[in-house]
Design a protein around this ligand. Sequence first.
Ligand code: NDP
Ligand code: MG
Length: 388
Amino acid sequence: FNMKNIALLGATGSIGMNTVAVVTAYPELFQIESLTFHSNSEKGADLIKMLKPKYVGVGTEQMKKEFTTRFPEIEFGVGEEGLIKAATLESVDVVLTAVTGSVGLNPTLAAIKAKKDIALANKETLVMAGQWVMEEARKNEVRILPVDSEHSAIFQCLYGQKSDNLKELVITASGGSFRDLTREELKTVTLEEALNHPNWSMGRKITVDSSTMMNKGLEVIEAHWLFGTDYDKIKVVLHKESIVHSMIVLKDGAYLAQLGPSDMREPIQYALTYPNRLPIQDEKAFDLTEISQLNFKPMDFERFPMLELAYIVGEKGGAFPTVYNAANEIAANAFIDGKISYLQIEEFVQKAIWNYTETKEVTLEEVIAIDKQTRTIVERWIKEEGLL
Ligand code: NDP
Ligand code: MG
């Protein structure tokens, strides 16, 4: 196992900090060559002191100025340019994309073109432009290694399997913060309640996405691109314990599952050590006899329309998943900012999809334009109709 030089995009976030925990446990194996953060200067400064990267991407020119004075030995960059430079640094072997949202796309594409392997947490990138990301990866012979726990589980189960043995993928869903509420009860839920995920501690946007089941919808599309699996062979089951992280079903009916505690360090580390494994420091307690029961239930598309919509936009292809993702990014963040009610997230995502009718083949440039356009439209709706 060779020493790996890592670019960590989104170092101050939930995945970012879990990655820092993995990396600092094995200083002889991992080195953070570059990192980025957006607004959290305090955490960012701590990480710079601890990890001593060569290059750091920050959110604003002002931050760059301040940090250059504080850390004159380090080079700083701003915004997308900073993300791209961090991801393409000559000495970097693997880029861990832990930024949230579609800002991940251009740095990921640039990294692939620079022949860096990608450890991908930023699922929005694959939903927005999966076809082009995977095409570039094939062309440049780089690996896209999943960090998302469900996809890591599937990736682990697929290890050593011939691809024609596979019958289907089964993604598990915890159900998020509101899994036991009816649609009527969803009308009055608050941000605070949405952010209270039963099993995982994560960033705000993905926690809201988990409660709307948008996160699972994004994951279905992510799985389609990562594993090249048709949508009718990707199933989702409700599994409230989050112990089985996902499963594969083989031709002969055998199920292979990956189980473990809810600890993102495991999939992060596997993406960095694949196909090798290392112990995890201060492992979380995990005792199946104490858990004693694992429950599985079918997903209710009427209760969770965002999941059904993922299959619809996925099958339609083209820029439909792009619209689905962009509308949700704007709407979920507007809910987090108190500008719209909870159910308006779904409403605006649905409306954006109805509003988009084009079905012809699209280019990457068109997809990026459609992403922008969708954001503008949904922002306008939020101004006009938010919290009505
Ligand atoms: P967080 O919100 O915790 O962290 C986001 C990171 O991205 C922070 O470092 C933040 O910087 C940075 N960032 C935010 N906005 C921008 C921007 N406009 N430009 C550049 N950087 C930005 O998110 P998570 O860690 O929870 O999630 C990250 C990604 O991983 C998401 O795509 C999510 O879906 C995925 N994921 C997360 C899981 C989890 O357990 N958290 C599990 C599976 C997937 P700053 O804080 O300095 O502003
Ligand atoms: Mg996941």
